[in-house]
Design a protein around this ligand. Structure first.
Ligand code: GTP
Ligand code: MG
Length: 338
């Protein structure tokens, strides 16, 4: 089967195979990406992240249904960076999203680390592109946790929803730094539990008072814009005045979903209007390009040196302190990139 062609023609099996190729780094994945790339850039990508058990899958299911009722097609990628196997995640998410799997307008896929956390965000981004080229209007990336790995993963998102639940106590302090940075919309889920209003108040306070965080992100943005300034005016635009919204939701009872969707929509309109979306996507493209460059050059040089059979000799020399890895790499690079 010509996977790329079939995928572009709307064959679900081809989409599934493409993502498997991406996930397992099969050689054909590169050719598939090349062929589908011109057909990407149409989908809107939603990131949903938050601590384990916060109700992300339940919420994803409800959000997907809401978009479906608007006539939009939906792709869902459930990423679990904590698990080397996707089996558990697949099972749990499948059960929670039971009705959805029967809907032709929805495509659900789980992705795990398959042993190496490195590259998971890159693979997720490529899987998003596969669903985008396939023609999904909205792509939802659900990822568990509150660490760096999901921060990287949600970089693929245009709007990021951070899901929190009442009763997390001091945990919120611990996770706040990373979370305030990435949340465009905050969802206080399980609002049927005590403490939802308290959590909303705390979040409001953090967002208002933590000028530091805001400054960092604005500064980071500025620094990046400076690097970009020669590229185009479009990416100079941002430094947005977006104040993340905080919505109370009871996902398992489908309560508050409309309001949450409205917040997501407002954020979308906001970043489309002031150039931020274009800027985010430009930055993403740049990061991706450098990522591919780095890994390709690395692989090329590594393969070459292994092929010359000199690797073991170098290792021995380094081990005997006759030289050091930095000098060896420096010499090799000079020699190979001449
Ligand atoms: N009381 C209550 N329970 C909820 C709500 N939303 C989800 N749940 C329940 O919370 C549990 C966890 O929900 P999931 O959707 O699996 O949470 P998750 O964040 O995807 O979990 P992981 O992917 O394992 O991190 C399930 O038993 C849900 O039924 C809610 O609003 N209120
Ligand atoms: Mg889940």
């Amino acid at each position: 089967m010509d996977i790329a062609k079939e995928l572009l023609a709307g064959n679900r099996l081809a989409l599934s195979r493409a993502i498997t190729a991406i996930e397992n780094e099969y050689e054909e994945a590169t050719d598939i990406m090349k062929e589908i790339y011109p057909h990407t850039g149409h989908a809107y990508v939603l990131g949903i992240t938050g601590p384990p058990g916060a109700g992300k899958s339940t919420l994803t299911d409800k959000i997907a249904r809401a978009y479906r009722s608007q006539g939009k097609t939906v792709g869902i990628i459930a990423v679990d960076p904590t698990s080397p196997f996707t089996g558990g995640a697949i099972l749990g998410d499948r059960i929670r999203m039971n009705g959805l799997t029967l809907d032709e307008g929805v495509f659900i896929r789980s992705m795990g680390t398959r042993g190496s956390l490195g590259g998971l965000s890159h693979k997720t981004a490529d899987a998003v592109k596969a669903m985008d080229a396939f023609g999904k209007d909205i792509i939802i990336v659900e990822t568990v946790g509150v660490g760096q790995s999901e921060v990287d993963i949600v970089k693929a998102a245009d709007t990021t929803v951070v899901v929190l639940i009442p009763g997390m106590g001091d945990d919120i302090q611990a996770i706040k730094a990373g979370i305030l940075e990435i949340g465009d919309v905050f969802c206080v889920n399980k609002a049927d539990h005590d403490g939802a209003d308290k959590l909303v108040r705390e979040l409001n306070m953090m967002l208002d008072l933590d000028a530091n965080t805001m400054m960092t992100s604005d500064e980071t943005k500025k620094a990046l814009q400076d690097q970009f300034h020669h590229l185009s005016a479009a990416i100079m635009a941002p430094t947005t005045g977006w104040r993340p919204s905080i919505d109370k939701v009871v996902a398992n009872q489908n309560e508050g979903i409309d309001v949450l969707l409205e917040s997501i929509h407002k954020h979308r309109v906001h970043i489309e209007g002031d150039g931020e979306l274009s800027w985010r996507r430009t930055k993403r493209t740049r990061d991706e390009m450098l990522d591919i460059l780095e890994s390709s050059i690395g692989r090329y040089v590594k393969n070459k040196i292994v092929a010359t059979g000199r690797l073991d000799g170098y290792v021995k020399q380094i081990k005997h302190h006759e030289t050091d890895p930095y000098s060896v790499v420096g010499e090799l690079l000079q020699e190979m990139l001449k």
